[in-house]
Structure formats: structure tokens, C-alpha cells
Design a binder for this molecule. Structure first.
Ligand SMILES: Nc1ncnc2c1ncn2[C@@H]1O[C@H](COP(=O)(O)OP(=O)(O)OP(=O)(O)O)[C@@H](O)[C@H]1O
Length: 259
């Protein structure tokens, strides 16, 4: 069980500060939802958390160890990322894409072993893609590609998984299944989400970014409030506790008048 933390992360692109003093702590086995309007810095932060980009200032800690002190291969074994716009795979099969998740565990040119194959089979089953092994990547729908990307990350058998809006192409059933899968996985999860209702229902903890800073952090009940939705999204909303799920439920009323 592994934690993932950010300490005082600051990142500037050109002269514009994109992230400014961001702290977060995803505790072992917890699902942390990263919220915030378009351009708030979610993708930038996730790439830094995954070790794909160095922050200008601050540190990322994987179970307390600065990620920069770990070998790339060790990070790849322990942490998986599911990006929003994955690299375009052309004429490769779903099996090939999911098998890529085994790369950090194998010798460079070695074939898939029994353990690798079992991990791929389990990941396909977990994402509802059993039987899709031979389908070509280019023929998949957006939602199917998104599930295959998740399967690749699960086949990696990481301790921590970082996801950038993993539900944005999924229909409502797959959204619910994916979030329940992540929650039940026992993995430490940091995921950007746009849907406040899903985030409030499935995440243990929420961190809201606004213009590169943490505007709110804590439990869904503490974070998802009418005032927060107005302040961060400039939208009037009513937040009730759902009698059906026990989670905060947001009804959006309309754009708020900007001050
Ligand atoms: N390499 C870069 N150079 C310049 N600006 C950048 C770069 N990368 C990101 N930005 C800017 O940083 C801001 C944050 O971008 P980021 O993609 O992290 O936001 P986001 O919260 O993920 O947004 P969205 O919800 O739209 O996906 C945006 O204004 C973006 O234009």
C-alpha cells in the first residue's frame, strides 16, 4: 500500500505560472479526485505526479521517497498513468496495447511470460474487454479506447494509478463501473474528474484546483458546497445530501453573475 504526495509543486510554462504551491496527499488505497475548471492545471499536475514532467519547485513523494531519486523503471513498475489523449496506436491490436503495460516488468526483448499473460487477461476481464484482444485499436470507439487504456494501466499491476478524466468518453454505465472498479481495486488513485456528482460519490478525498492553486481540499461533504461551485465554476447550484447514496448531490441552476 503506497501513498503519493505533492509538496509545494510550482510549474511555469514560459512566463505564466500554471501551478503554484500545490500540496496533496493521496493516502494508501484511497481515491483522490482532482477537480477544477478547464485550464486550472489538472493535467499539468498529473503529469508531474507521474514523473513525466519535473516541477520548477517542490517534490513528488512516492511512499515518502522523492520520485526523482527513483529509477525510471522502478517508477514505471509502481505507478501507472492513463492520459487524456493517449498516443495514437494505429494498426495494433487491443492485446498489443494492453501488453504494453507489462513493459516495465519484462526484459527489453523478452516475450510475454505466463505471469504477463495472466495480468493482461485479468486486466481485459476487469474492463469488460475479454474477447476484444484481436480488434485493431483504430477501429475502437472513444469509450472502448478509454477502457483499453485503463486495461493497459491495470496490466502494469501498479501500486498507484494516475488518471486524467478517465470517464469523459464513457456512457453512464461504464462511468459507474470504472469508478467502482478503481474504488474496489485497493490501488492508490489520483484522478481528474469533471463530473462533481461522480467525484462526490466515488472519491474519498477531493482537491479543487483554481488557476493553479488549491482552492479547497478535504472530504466530498466538506468540499462540494454551493459556495465552492459558485466561487470556482461561477455557477449557481444547490447541494443536497442524496437520500439514495448519502453523498453530496449537485443540482446546477445556471451560470452565476460574475462579480
Ligand atoms: N506547455 C505549455 N505551455 C504553455 N501553457 C501551457 C502548457 N501546458 C499547459 N499550459 C496552460 O496551462 C493551463 C493549465 O492547463 P492544464 O491542461 O493543466 O489544465 P486542465 O485543468 O487539465 O484543463 P482541462 O480541464 O481543460 O483539461 C492552461 O491554461 C494551459 O493552456
Amino acid at each position: 500500500m503506497t501513498s503519493l504526495s505533492a509538496r509545494d509543486i510550482t510549474w511555469t510554462a514560459g512566463r505564466a505560472p500554471i501551478l503554484d504551491g500545490v500540496d496533496l496527499d493521496a493516502r494508501p488505497g484511497e481515491v483522490l479526485g482532482l477537480l477544477g475548471p478547464n485550464g486550472a492545471g489538472k493535467t499539468s499536475l498529473l503529469r508531474i505526479l507521474a514523473g513525466l514532467r519535473r516541477p520548477g519547485r517542490g517534490r513528488v513523494l512516492l511512499d515518502g521517497t522523492p520520485i526523482g531519486q527513483l529509477r525510471r523503471r522502478e517508477v514505471a513498475r509502481r505507478l501507472a498513468i492513463v492520459e487524456q489523449s493517449p498516443e495514437a496506436h494505429t494498426d495494433v491490436s487491443v492485446h498489443d496495447v494492453v501488453s504494453l503495460g507489462r513493459t516495465p516488468h519484462r526484459g527489453t526483448f523478452s516475450a510475454l511470460g505466463a505471469e504477463d499473460q495472466a495480468a493482461v487477461t485479468d486486466a481485459l476481464a476487469a474492463t469488460g474487454l475479454t474477447g476484444w484482444e484481436d480488434r485493431l485499436w483504430s477501429t475502437l470507439s472513444g469509450g472502448e479506447q478509454q477502457r483499453a487504456q485503463l486495461a493497459r494501466a491495470l496490466a502494469q499491476q501498479p501500486e498507484v494509478i494516475v488518471l486524467d478524466e478517465p470517464t469523459n468518453h464513457l456512457d453512464v454505465r461504464y462511468q459507474l463501473e470504472l469508478l467502482a472498479l478503481l474504488r474496489g481495486s485497493g490501488l492508490t488513485v489520483v484522478t481528474a474528474l469533471h463530473d462533481l456528482n461522480l467525484a462526490a460519490r466515488f472519491c474519498d478525498q477531493l482537491v479543487v484546483l483554481q488557476q493553479g492553486r488549491v482552492a479547497a481540499a478535504g472530504s466530498p461533504a466538506d468540499v462540494v458546497t454551493d459556495a465552492l461551485v459558485r466561487q470556482v465554476y461561477a455557477v449557481e447550484a444547490v447541494v443536497d445530501l442524496s437520500p439514495h447514496t448519502g453523498s453530496p448531490a449537485v443540482t446546477f441552476l445556471g451560470p452565476a453573475h460574475r462579480p
